[in-house]
Design a protein around this ligand. Sequence first.
Ligand code: GRG
Length: 301
Amino acid sequence: MSADFDLNGYLAGEAPRVHAALERATAWIGRKVAPDIAAAVRHGVLSEGKRLRPVLCVTAFRACGGSDGDAAYDLAASLELIHAYSLMHDDLPCMDDAELRRGRPTTHKVHGEDVTLRAGAALIPAAALQAWRAAEALGCPPGTVRAVVARLMEAAGAGGMVGGQWVDLEGEGRTLGAEALDGLHRRKTGALLAASLLVGATAAGAPAPTLAALERYGRAIGLAFQIADDILDATQSADALGKNPSDAALQKSTYVALYGLEDAERRARAQVDVALEALEGSGVRAPALEALALYVVERRR
Ligand code: GRG
């Protein structure tokens, strides 16, 4: 484990390159939609998130031998387009009904519910096209381009994020057991985090055993991330989080409710160990991925 890796410096270096790719993507989408939809897209996509998914994607891409140019960031932006749409829709009154996100009013509070619904929907096919175009620009062979787009859409779909969200919505006001909670979050949060690594590694031409190990790493940090999210929701203020804590109000089943704070924290760290072990077995040397595994449980927002 590289204890001296400067993750803050690494993230600070990645942020402008990810932002520039998101600017290119939103400008491209903006040319296809009405101005009110384009403004909502910009609000949802360009507001200041942690950019964990695109950073995982470019980090895996480079660690697997990919080159370091703008097209890699364009590929990574496809993950953030899906993530941004999911947050825009998740915040709508028919779902979590949230007013604050990333320290700003949510997209529908500024641009209206109907426009936000349409802007979020436009982002789904835009993300698929974004991944496709970027993989072609990277010179990926046709089969690899197909695999990249398929990985992204599978993770976003009913077997992944959307399916997890269904279970989450149906679970409000009910108590879910450990297995159901893990299953929900493997899909809702974990699938897209794992896909972030797989999209990058697939585009770089990584062999199947490396992809399998990175998938194990991604699924483990996905669970760790969600446990940490539940802990933050239970312990931090809206000011610190940039969003209103909402699990209790929405009567959601959480890892904190299931295990208590201390055990939840222990379980999150155990998942980090699983992730680090998978990384070690992957044959990929990536100090940034080691540091990111710890970051998901040590972050403060
Ligand atoms: C129509 C049922 C249906 C679903 C649509 C809304 C939706 C799809 C899915 C919701 C998925 C969702 C909100 C998952 C939560 C994932 C999560 C923990 C988000 C927070 O991620 P961070 O902390 O956020 O990385 P930032 O703001 O830093 O990017």
